[in-house]
Design a protein around this ligand. Structure first.
Ligand SMILES: *[C@@H]1O[C@H](CO)[C@@H](O)[C@H](O)[C@H]1NC(C)=O
Ligand SMILES: *[C@@H]1O[C@H](CO)[C@@H](O)[C@H](O)[C@H]1NC(C)=O
Ligand SMILES: *[C@@H]1O[C@H](CO)[C@@H](O)[C@H](O)[C@H]1NC(C)=O
Length: 431
């Protein structure tokens, strides 16, 4: 849970103060002898709800639960993206509920201070609510710690989300669950609204507007008490996304409903270059990290003498730097052998503030290589960049098989610098 990183992190915000923040050696949950009985929960959240009962009910609540972690600024970026892409009219139908689910008081204070300074208009309008579960909402300290020790941080995450959902029940008609490192497609509220209008209300339990983890899952708010209860019963059994799928099946929606185009994406973390932290992050992700099969990189973009095209296809922090792009410019990875891919991620823009990103571009997969030098003879569109990034799992079987090329194509010219940080590929069944 990041509590053992005894390092200092720096929070960067564009045009904002840089604060050195200390991480505590250990996050502490106040201990309590008995687990809280489930019936207490509704009473507990109700007690906190009373104060805001009188506020107007909105159409949609976006719920985010966040704990402190290596990337201090991701929650802030998530909120910035959320409000930036929503029009004034959309914001009227929107409540944003943030559960600051970490018991470290320094972190709480600083996070609240940052959010308040950036979003005071939204807070005053009651559009943005911040909550923090009291420590007695949590099961005994030992059971949570034991899980954490086994590397299964999801127990606490499940309880964090049970509180978030329980709290959100009466705020609106629909509830959208988001992760704390997301970015949003423009006018997502309108898109979700029209999607919901085309569905019969009783024909669905869960609509999915992303295919990652528990990002972009839409529920009827009326189902939230039951879902919160369900999470509290099984919080030790499984990670949140699996519990959510189970819940959907329990309420007899047999197959997932994926709503495309996806409206939510994970922001790749803008972490500081701390090696200890990187090692930890890599270890954590190792099981499902990218593996970039061997290949060569070609481009018709301008090549500078310091950051070469192939640096976009390495697994380290190096990158390709270019400038002044025209429509149709491309950067293409040609694999030595055709591969079966399960996921592709392309990230452009600087780590600190996302500058030098490719504003308009798309990623294509290529097949049937020919000629000398080799080139692919057919291509299929995989996805468009959003805020300079694309991260897509490949579900269509035919599409991911025997891929020989992965190509980033510029779809609108842009002046100035461009930083292509990486193209990451995941092969199916690669261990
Ligand atoms: C919950 O609240 C109800 C009524 O407000 C009360 O009767 C009940 O005893 C409370 N339950 C617990 C476990 O505190
Ligand atoms: C990019 O284009 C601008 C104007 O079109 C020009 O002034 C600048 O020198 C170009 N940059 C490079 C590095 O070629
Ligand atoms: C890719 O998948 C196809 C179909 O399942 C299989 O025949 C082929 O061997 C796989 N190729 C690689 C490189 O794993």
């Amino acid at each position: 849970m990041g509590s053992h990183w005894g390092v200092n992190f720096v929070l960067f915000m564009k045009g904002y103060i840089c604060l050195p923040l200390s991480m505590p050696q250990e996050a502490s949950y106040n201990s309590r002898k008995d687990p809280r009985p489930l019936e207490d929960w509704q009473n507990l959240t109700f007690k906190y709800m009373e104060k805001i009962q009188k506020r107007r009910k909105t159409w949609l609540t976006v719920g985010i639960s966040s704990v402190q972690q290596g990337d201090r600024s991701s929650l802030l970026y998530t909120l910035v993206s959320l409000f930036r892409v929503s029009s004034k009219a959309e914001q009227k139908h929107l409540t944003v509920l943030v559960h600051l689910a970490d018991s470290d008081l320094t972190w709480l204070r600083e996070t609240v201070a940052h959010i308040s300074s950036l979003f005071s208009p939204q807070i005053l309008k009651g559009q943005l609510l911040m909550i923090h579960a009291p420590s007695d909402a949590y099961p005994t300290v030992d059971s949570v710690r034991d899980e954490a020790f086994c590397g299964e941080f999801y127990s606490k995450q499940n309880v964090d989300h049970a509180f978030l959902m329980s709290f959100a029940t009466k705020l609106s008609d629909y509830f959208l669950l988001i992760e704390d490192n997301a970015f949003f497609a423009p006018n997502f509220v309108t898109h979700i609204h029209s999607r919901v209008n085309t569905m019969k209300s009783n024909s669905w339990v869960l609509l999915e507007f992303s295919n990652m983890g528990f990002l972009g899952k839409l529920f009827h708010s009326r189902d939230l008490p039951l879902l919160a209860h369900f999470l509290l019963l099984f919080y030790k059994e499984k990670p949140l996304d699996s519990l959510i799928s189970h819940f959907r099946m329990l309420l007899v929606q047999e197959s997932p409903i994926l709503c495309k185009p996806f409206l939510f994406y994970r922001r790749v973390s803008y972490t500081t270059f701390d090696h200890k932290q990187k090692a930890t992050a890599l270890q954590k992700k190792n099981a499902d990290g990218p593996n970039n099969p061997p290949g060569a990189v070609f481009t018709d973009m301008q090549v500078s003498d310091v950051h070469f095209p192939w640096e976009a296809y390495t697994l380290d922090e190096s990158f390709f730097w270019t400038h002044n792009l025209s429509t149709g410019n491309h950067l293409t990875v040609i694999l030595n052998h055709p591969a079966n891919l399960s996921r592709v991620q392309v990230i452009t823009g600087s780590i600190v503030d996302g500058r030098y990103a490719l504003e308009k571009g798309q990623v294509e997969l290529g097949y049937e290589p020919e000629g000398v030098p080799q080139h692919c003879t057919s291509f299929a569109l995989l996805g468009h960049l959003l805020e300079g990034q694309m991260d897509q799992e490949i579900y269509l079987k035919g599409m991911g098989y025997h891929v020989s090329c992965v190509r980033l194509v510029v779809t609108a010219g842009q002046a100035g610098g461009l930083m292509i940080r990486h193209i990451y590929l995941w092969e199916k069944n690669h261990k």
